[in-house]
Design a binder for this molecule. Sequence first.
Ligand code: ADP
Ligand code: MG
Length: 873
Amino acid sequence: MAQTPMMQQYLQIKANYKDAFLFFRLGDFYEMFYEDAIKASKELEITLTGRGQGEERIPMCGVPHHSAENYITRLIEKGYKIAVCEQVEDPKMVKGVVKREVTKVLTPGTLMNSKLLPEKENNYLLAFSCEGENAYGIARCDLSTGETDVTLLTGDMDDLLQEILAGNAKEVIAPDDIELALKEKLETHPSFIVTVQSDESELKEYEGLICHIQQPALKQAYNRMLHYLIETQKQSLRHLQKAVFYPSDSFLKMDVHAKRNLELVETLRDKKKSGSLLSIIDQTVTSMGGRLLRQWLDRPLVKEEAIVNRQAIIEQFLEQYFERETLRDTLKEVYDIERLAARIAYGSVNARELAQLKRSLSKLPEITAHLAQLGLQNHWLKELSPFKELVVMLGESLVEDPPISVTDGGLIVDGYNKELDTYRDASRNGKQWIAELERSERESTGIRSLKVGYNKVFGYYIEVSRANTHLLPEGRYERKQTLANAERYITPELKEKEALILEADEKLSELEYELFVRIRSQVEKFVPSLQLLAGEISEMDVLAGFAAVAEQNLYVKPTLTNSRDVAIKGGRHPVVETVIKRGSYVQNEINLTDDRDMLLITGPNMGGKSTYMRQLALTVVLTQIGSFVPADEATLPIFDKIFTRIGAADDLASGQSTFMVEMLETKDALTKATPHSLILLDEIGRGTSTYDGMALAQAIIEYIYKSIGAKTLFSTHYHELTTLAETIPNLRNVHVSAAEENGTVVFLHKVIEGAADRSYGVYVAELAGLPRNVTTRAEQLLKTLETSHGNRDLPTTQMDDRELGVEEVAVTITEEPQQLSLFEPEVEKQKEKELNRKEKELLTKIVETDLLHLTPFQALEKIDQWQKQLKRK
Ligand code: ADP
Ligand code: MG
């Protein structure tokens, strides 16, 4: 089919941007065609039209260019890319098709200035390259701040996926030669989008950012990322900061499960910040500080010196309440210098933002004065001269409160530029002349209601009400517009002046824009100093915030120990203690030593087991980000990794069943933990049958004892496991206590030594408001069970020798679960009713279904099929 030249141009350009919506500029609209149009009309709920006739009709839809940003934002939010194709020639000057080019590709991982950029969060793009079979070089960048880092990951595909998820990347750039399985895994993951970028060659211009790093995999990943950034941004990226190298053992490792389970930055259930650890400890007052705190939580420290340094600063902050709070009040007035600096280098900063920068910088002397009072002058802000220079420069050039638009004038102060002043005089004089005209016209015509006005279409005019038009002398006024009650006129001299004024105004805004761009590029040389400054202010903000948190919530400074012992007195869960009634939190001790490094926690549901376990993990995280901790006294070693198995949230998105996720998390702990790690296993084995669960739980405990030796907290509702303490020397039983008062149970939340005697499950059911009939019946059944079963302990093997092989300690379960009479005679009868053939078939199918290899969705489909079959019968 013959295409018009414009459509040919479209198709040519589109061929290079297959994975993006091509916003094709046509006059005042961005148009989309073909598939793009069909998809965009659905996603954006805009009307699908067409171009051409009959069979050759091309699907098309468009958005006005002035409101395009909104539509673009919505598409990016849904995880799409948008290639913006502009007319790069003035259509008035060319014959035929205007030249068009893609000027920018907007993508979720490369936001510079968007409503989607959260103030207190980074927005990451991640690129990787493979090194051999089981290692990856990983580079990460937040384009909006210019921060970049690189790290080496040893591990398999799943580890890479976890790293991507843990790093919260919105977009992933992959090499083109990755394994198919990995490719598929990445591409089908809903949390990020993936682009293949094969070019990983050196880029001379940016060599300085990565020259301190030698490892080829890291360099490749970094360069791959740069190529992608340049291809999408289509401009040089002078604000990128030197790559920071994080060796993987330079921070406390937590995989994505641990981070989620511990609810560090958001809650498991509804993904809200409120209710997370971050929500408690984030008392930062600047956006930069907010982002740095998230980074610290992401990578807690493992070097004692660095932790102790942070603690020392917090102590200083705690000593002087008044000075600290005044400092924090001043910091509140500091804008996001880091993102402003990025936008300066990127050339997208506007005058209002530069004025914000100036105001922020002029706070520096005040801030240094507060720091001196706090005795912290040696830590930050030692070199202020560049900022003084910048404040003066901006003060001499930009007005106090400039408009957002940089093309409509009103940016530059009088006296900054002679030529500008001349135009301004002309414009002001002209306007003065027009004001004068109104007076003189009124006088000469005698019409008191006559007025001079302006609108965009007709320019300046003289307006006279209909009743007075007869008073106007003949010939002097030319009628231009008729309104309901008035006529509008122009005169030759009015038009002459108008031309002068408009010309001056136009020149004025052009010149102002030119001057502004010049100022902006002069500011550019300050970008590196501004980035350093941003780092210092963020740090002071986070640490001052930690002091405020410690003060408000009565935290103490944890002592670091070189032994592996944990000793916490009066420990609390930082989040739970704030959501329950003040003062009602029951404080608990945690003591772990080399001959007591595993605790088996039993006790009633709702008794506080999970809380107790998380309490320790969160105290460790708080300690290692340098913060004080919720306790009366705390001594802790530095941990290298934390593993968790907590909660039972189904990872539906990645198509894994609860039990599978549980086992994956456990696998990670068992294969990667060291004697310096912390492992939390909460209610392990719950997702499978009782005996399966108990057997696995026991085998896991034995393995950790024998082959890892990590500090481990282990909660279970299988009382049978408490006898393990008799055979594993380093395992101790503790339990959360509960008391019975007048037939109801009271949870004391106190963790005490020894095993719990019962689980109070029925009471919890009662508390939850289950129908009375159910709970009394359960009570009855429980009694029967207890008498008929007696003690159902698992058989155990003596374990007094760490040299024992795993196989040797594996348990065999010989006890057959007895068939209980669970049903009343009525129900029994019903159950015995003959099953028809179809039902029998179905039952076999259900029994034979392999759950481990089903995604939840496939499982739903199956259930749906079965239901349909049953209903059809
Ligand atoms: P379990 O894991 O034993 O079922 P949880 O740890 O989930 O119990 O605790 C249940 C609830 O009990 C928590 O949501 C919290 O409100 C309360 N709780 C737990 N520990 C304490 C404590 N030490 N002091 C006060 N309340 C607590
Ligand atoms: Mg629990």
